[in-house]
Design a protein around this ligand. Structure first.
Ligand code: FES
Length: 151
């Protein structure tokens, strides 16, 4: 946190840190309009296996089927034709209520790393560091051909 002489606070850090610091500064009388924040490190992660979370059964996404390669979510028992209307495999999985893990959604944190059981993916944008062979960062990946993901 930086407190320059103009009375503006600049927060930079993870989501939970910035929320706590903003609340602290406001409780100390700081003008909320003068607290600026920049997310660093991604938003809070969604993790499968959490208790108390109501999960929907995975299903086909709403709308017409895409013309692209088949994307199979093996653990969910679901195969969906890819549509370029989805920015990433992660967003397709979410549209199908397939449980996922993610944080940054930009190819930086590797929270979304997923085993690719068959097929290959392409990236847009390219991740900061590629995952290990046989894995994909689904937040920035699209299918290059029919793929089977361990989701
Ligand atoms: S969610 Fe961070 S790399 Fe995919």
């Amino acid at each position: 946190m930086d407190l320059p002489v103009d009375g503006t606070a600049y927060l930079c850090g993870p989501d939970a840190f910035m929320t706590a610091m903003r609340e602290l500064l406001v409780s100390l009388g700081f003008d909320p309009a003068r607290v600026h924040s920049e997310l660093f490190g991604g938003v809070s992660a969604i993790n499968p296996g959490l208790t108390g979370v109501v999960r929907k059964t995975p299903h086909l996404p709403a709308g017409p089927a895409g013309p692209g390669p088949a994307v199979t979510f093996a653990r969910s028992g679901l195969t969906v034709p890819w549509s370029e209307g989805y920015p990433s495999l992660l967003e397709l999985a979410e549209a199908c209520d397939v449980p996922t893990r993610w944080s940054c959604r930009t190819g930086v944190c590797h929270t979304c790393v997923t085993p690719v059981l068959s097929g290959h993916v392409r990236y847009a944008p390219d991740p900061l560091e590629p995952p290990a062979p046989g894995e994909a960062l689904v937040c920035c990946a699209r299918p290059r051909e029919d793929v089977v993901l361990d989701l």
